[in-house]
Design a protein around this ligand. Structure first.
Ligand SMILES: CC(C)(COP(=O)(O)OP(=O)(O)OC[C@H]1O[C@@H](n2cnc3c(N)ncnc32)[C@H](O)[C@@H]1OP(=O)(O)O)[C@@H](O)C(=O)NCCC(=O)NCCS
Length: 171
């Protein structure tokens, strides 16, 4: 799987990505905005197990964001199940030194098109923490609509937060 985007290429993770994965992912400033599933510190073992998980998936839903074929971030579609199988939750992160260059915005454009055109999805949604301005901006730039604020819907590092629910619907 390979998706050419304006500012990056999305492709499957492979075992040789582990060093660049860990180098970019092992960052508190990323982990504080992610699910607890994304660990901090992010160890070599975490990197290996993530690559193993993604390669065992039936569909190509969790992709590396690459620049010159170096994996510098990740973007994924977590597919819904049962009657929600037409929906997916999108997740993404990027190595901090690459922030602010439009890379994730272009990655989202690519994976959203893939989700609608190739995976048969009707709806893609995201739930950034309410205060995660960069993530919300990336969604808004990709025409995701704010559906509401999910008050006190999650807990991170012992603090309770609101999440902002965004979604885009297939045209
Ligand atoms: C969210 C994240 C993926 C964005 O990646 P990125 O490649 O820097 O995003 P882009 O450059 O495409 O767009 C970022 C936008 O947010 C804006 N932005 C960034 N920080 C901001 C801030 N503190 N206040 C206001 N706007 C901000 C940028 O100006 C840019 O908007 P613009 O193009 O209109 O100027 C990256 O910051 C990251 O990995 N964060 C930690 C993990 C995370 O939050 N993941 C999402 C979980 S829901």
């Amino acid at each position: 799987m390979r998706i050419e985007c304006d500012s990056c290429v999305l492709r499957n993770w492979n075992s040789s990505d582990v060093e660049s994965l860990v180098e970019n992912a092992n960052n508190y400033n990323i982990a504080i905005s992610m699910r607890d599933l994304f660990p901090y510190p992010y160890t070599l073992e975490d990197g290996k197990s993530w690559i193993k998980i993604t390669s065992s998936q039936e569909k190509n839903c969790f992709l590396a964001i690459t620049l010159d074929d170096v994996a510098v971030g990740g973007v994924g579609l977590n597919l819904g199940e049962d009657i929600e199988r037409i929906s997916a939750e999108i997740g993404y992160w990027l190595g901090e030194k690459y922030w602010g260059k439009g890379i994730t915005s272009s990655a989202l454009k690519g994976i959203v098109e893939y989700g609608f055109n190739d995976l048969g999805l009707e709806r893609i949604f995201a739930k950034p923490l309410e205060h995660n301005t960069a993530s919300r901006r990336v969604l808004e730039k990709n025409s995701f609509k704010l559906e509401g604020i999910m008050e006190k819907s999650c807990v991170k590092n012992g603090k309770i937060y609101n999440q902002a629910l965004y979604a885009i619907i297939k045209k």
